[in-house]
Design a protein around this ligand. Structure first.
Ligand SMILES: *Cc1c(COP(=O)(O)O)cnc(C)c1O
Length: 362
């Protein structure tokens, strides 16, 4: 297919070409039903099959054990920042957070609207260029949960192993690295992720929640913002984002056909290595932002000698068919987001461009 850009967008982000083509084929008429999936009831058998199949694919690919509910929610991961404290905090308890960067900070600020929070560890003093070491994570006795941001999309850091939170439920924001590698779901009380980085288009947020955490909130919570509402109704309490869920379904089948979470880890590891090797081998022309031990295999962040040079890199890369390499406005520099669907060929092309750019400007 002609004209596919080298897409390094941070989110919404690249989708597998096969997925887009399949969606195109099924767009106008779904499965001999005489209509598009978008035109049919979410209570009908045809949609329900897609809905439950998507749940089952997630269960299979994430290795979700018994005793967890899989929810399809709306409002993005940002709404989870509020739903978590609203549903899980109670008087005398605190929400404990590891402050790893921009997204963790947003989660903390939101939780403060609903109750008390505690910082279990922070790398703010190091400009969030690293994930705190596991031994630095201190969970208060009265913690209702410990929240970690698995991958800091903006800074380009990623937990390599998650903290052991004992009997305190561990909550993970996996918006930018869900299914990028195998994880042990049983370590978590709750995992959530907006779909638009690794799972599909924007519009649906996945939550995987341990059943004992789905109780009655101790504060007044709108019906739509209670986990129990969606858990009881299998995410069909009201109209779910049917097309987004269908797209996630199609992406999950692609993940499965490509080796599942382990297959993704191998593919992502190779892509990330190509880029980090190019950065580390540039003699300082490119400098990785994240400390080596905290580097993300999803968002590769780097800086150059001057902002001028970074601007020039961004501009020239665009002219050469690369999209989305400018770093987030809050931290500057450059960032290549290499989620599951980004093909290795895009990364190879970027590495060639980086070498060429250096030879002309180094
Ligand atoms: C993108 C992102 C979010 C915000 O997701 P929305 O779906 O836009 O609300 C939250 N956390 C992380 C780690 C992200 O990468």
């Amino acid at each position: 297919m002609a004209n596919r850009a080298y897409n390094f967008n941070a989110g919404p982000a690249a989708l597998p070409l096969e997925v887009l083509q399949q969606a195109q084929e099924q767009f106008v008429e779904f499965d001999n039903t005489g209509m598009s999936l978008m035109e049919m009831s979410h209570r009908g058998a045809v949609y329900e099959k897609v809905h439950y199949e998507t749940e089952n694919l997630l269960r299979e690919l994430l290795g979700i054990p018994e005793g967890y509910k899989v929810l399809f929610l709306q409002g993005g991961a940002s709404t989870q920042f509020a739903m978590i404290p609203m549903n899980l905090l109670s008087p005398g308890k605190v929400g404990a957070y590891v402050a790893t960067g921009s997204w963790a900070t947003k989660a903390i600020e939101e939780a403060k609207l609903f109750g008390d929070t505690a910082i279990a560890a922070s790398s703010e003093a190091d400009k969030y260029a690293r994930i705190p070491s596991l031994t630095d994570v201190k969970i208060p006795d009265n913690a209702a949960y410990l929240h970690v941001t698995s991958n800091e999309t903006i800074e380009g850091t990623q937990w390599q192993a998650y903290p052991d939170s004992g009997s305190v439920p561990l909550i993970g924001d996996l918006s930018s690295d869900i299914l990028c590698r195998p994880i042990d779901v049983s370590r978590f009380g709750l995992i959530y992720a907006g779909a638009q980085k690794n799972l599909g288009p924007s519009g649906v947020t996945i939550a995987v929640i341990r059943e004992d955490l789905i109780g009655k909130p101790s504060m007044t919570v709108p019906t739509m913002l209670r986990y129990s509402t969606h858990a009881k109704a299998d995410s069909l309490y009201n109209t779910p984002p049917t097309f987004a869920i269908y797209m996630v379904n199609t992406v999950l089948k692609w993940v499965k056909a490509n080796g599942g979470a382990a297959g993704m880890a191998a593919r992502n590891g190779e892509k990330a290595k190509l880029l980090y090797d190019a950065i580390d081998g540039s003699g300082g022309f490119y400098r990785g932002f994240a400390e080596s031990a905290s580097r993300s295999i999803m968002n590769v962040t780097f800086r150059m000698g001057s902002e001028e040079l970074e601007k020039q890199f961004a501009k020239e890369s665009e002219a050469n068919g690369f999209v989305g390499l400018k770093g987030h406005r809050s931290v500057g520099g450059l960032r290549a987001s290499i989620y599951n669907a980004v093909p290795p060929e895009s990364v190879q092309a970027l590495v060639s461009f980086m070498k060429d750019f250096q030879s002309r400007n180094g």
